[in-house]
Write a protein that binds this ligand. Structure first.
Ligand SMILES: *[C@@H]1O[C@H](CO)[C@@H](O)[C@H](O)[C@H]1NC(C)=O
Length: 223
């Protein structure tokens, strides 16, 4: 009886590992090495993606609407933040970084307007998208961004199943930007709302005649 229980637990753990999903668990700067979930909000759906384009969970993942147990990381405008996942980001698809300005990062729910600060996608010509083996992704906080509290959101899309729903792997960090400027981020979008089922970046078949790619969401704002 006991052996049977242990065996079935083993099978469950194996099946989770076999999914090869991932969670962006930590952020760090040159001055602060964030521990797992120190500055990143805890999600409660293990390493599963969000697939519903109308869901509020698209903002900061399932369970990520509250920052009560999360610290806020001070970041100098113009400096870099490194996101680290628990395991290599295995599924092909673009990585984008969004921010939203908030009164208090620990109290923000992500309902405020978002803007995009960076996209990482395939380069052409080439026509192929290799499986990613990277665990860490770096984003620079724009130098002219006004000082204050923000949510910093990483989004990786799994688009490895052409015709299927894209998988959103998202997490939010809480940051306090210091030494910023007078930039005016735009365009502003709401999440959910910024992503549509018909966006070519979801429906692309990355295995066949893959010649160009537009990353979903608004254009990147720069200073
Ligand atoms: C590729 O470019 C064509 C022509 O501009 C466009 O219609 C199509 O949506 C693009 N595909 C992707 C995946 O971005």
């Amino acid at each position: 009886m006991k052996t049977a229980h242990i065996l079935s637990l083993g099978a469950v753990l194996l099946s989770y590992a076999a999914e090869a999903h991932y969670i962006f668990q930590a952020v760090s700067t040159s001055g602060a090495k964030g521990a797992e979930y120190q500055y990143v909000r805890h999600n409660t759906n293990r390493n599963s993606p969000v697939v519903d384009l109308a869901s509020l969970d698209l903002r900061c993942n399932v369970g990520g609407s509250s920052g009560a147990s999360t610290e806020t990381l001070p970041v100098a405008a113009g400096s870099s933040v490194t996101w680290t996942a628990d395991t290599a980001v295995y599924h092909q698809g673009p990585v984008s970084f969004y921010m939203t300005k908030v009164a208090n990062a620990a109290e923000a729910d992500g309902s405020t307007p978002w803007f995009k600060i960076k996209d990482i996608g395939p380069t052409f010509p080439g026509g192929s998208w290799e499986k990613c083996t990277q665990k860490s992704f770096v984003v620079q906080i724009p130098k002219c961004l006004p000082s204050g509290d923000y949510l910093l959101r990483i989004q990786q899309l799994g688009i490895h199943n052409p015709g299927g729903a894209p998988q959103f792997y998202v997490n939010c960090a809480q940051v306090k930007v210091t030494g910023g400027g007078n930039g005016n981020p735009s365009p502003l979008v709401s999440i959910p709302g910024a992503f549509k089922k018909t966006d070519p970046g979801y429906t692309a078949n990355i295995y066949n005649n893959f010649k160009n790619y537009s990353i979903p969401g608004p254009p990147v704002w720069t200073c």
